[in-house]
Ligand binder design. Structure first.
Ligand SMILES: O=C(O)c1cc(=O)[nH]c(=O)n1[C@@H]1O[C@H](COP(=O)(O)O)[C@@H](O)[C@H]1O
Length: 245
């Protein structure tokens, strides 16, 4: 059985806000809970790298979720910049291909070579967004076959590129671990505590069920940020994770 702190360390709270003030408001409410925080495009495009530096100064582990997807040279540069910023984790789209993912790793390595005080961030690839259904995958995106096969194929490619793990739904965790090994990290959004609205998420599980699938981290946004009492909502999620350990 895990402790509350151990379980909290595997929760990533999505700071999906338009201003630093609102993000700080949530952080203040979650004070003392040793969770990861995720800065995504809404907050980063509004407030930029200074807010990430502020989070690092305050001792948070930061997942910078910018989902890079561009030509290899551009992604190498982007990965270099975010590594120099000192983030603990960042992501790219696996759909960018092997060379693009390898370029992300090379960009991070170049940053480390230039500044030995930096640590290698965990670099992960988005396989298929958790808002994507089987039907959307086949009919709109144009990838045939099952969602699980598509996710596993991208995960295998990410591993081949030297990345450290993937973003996927909790429903695919077991297949990813089976094909890529247990130490290959899975970061799973699409988390919905029982009774909470799915919203635009399609491939979902509860926090407890996601942990039982063997995921490394769960990502939670609105079930915490839109709760009447966000601290209580986060505590209940961590308790559920802890029970399922
Ligand atoms: O890379 C991500 O973090 C991500 C990938 C994915 O496939 N699905 C997904 O929901 N996310 C992010 O995870 C968070 C989920 O938020 P909620 O749906 O509000 O819990 C959002 O910040 C999304 O941008």
């Amino acid at each position: 059985m895990s402790t509350f702190e151990q379980a909290a360390g595997r929760l990533m709270v999505a700071l999906d806000y338009p201003t630093a003030e609102e993000a700080r408001g949530l952080i203040t409410q979650l004070e003392g809970i040793p969770c990861y925080v995720k800065v995504g495009m809404q907050l980063y495009y509004a407030v930029g790298p200074d807010f990430v530096r502020e989070l690092k100064k305050r001792g948070y582990r930061v997942f910078l979720d910018l989902k890079m997807h561009d030509i290899p040279n551009t992604v190498r540069g982007g990965a270099n910049s975010v590594t120099r910023l000192g983030v603990d984790m960042f992501n790219v789209h696996a759909a960018g291909g092997l060379k693009m993912m390898a370029a992300a790793l090379a960009g991070a390595e170049a940053a480390l070579a230039g500044d030995p005080s930096l640590a290698m961030p965990t670099i992960i690839a988005v396989t298929q967004l958790t808002s994507t259904s089987q039907e959307t995958l086949n009919q709109e995106i144009g990838i045939p076959g099952t969602m699980e096969d598509a996710v596993v194929a991208y995960a295998s490619l990410a591993k081949q590129a030297g990345l450290h793990g993937v973003v996927a739904s909790p429903l695919e965790v077991q297949a990813i671990k089976k094909h890529c090994g247990n130490s290959f990290k899975t970061v799973t959004p699409g988390i919905r505590p029982a009774g909470s609205a799915a919203g635009d998420q399609f491939r979902t599980l509860t926090p407890g069920d996601a942990m039982r699938q063997g995921t490394d981290y769960i990502v939670v946004g609105r079930p915490i940020t839109e709760a009447k009492d966000p601290r209580r909502a986060a505590e209940l999620i961590i308790e559920e994770m802890k029970e399922a350990w």
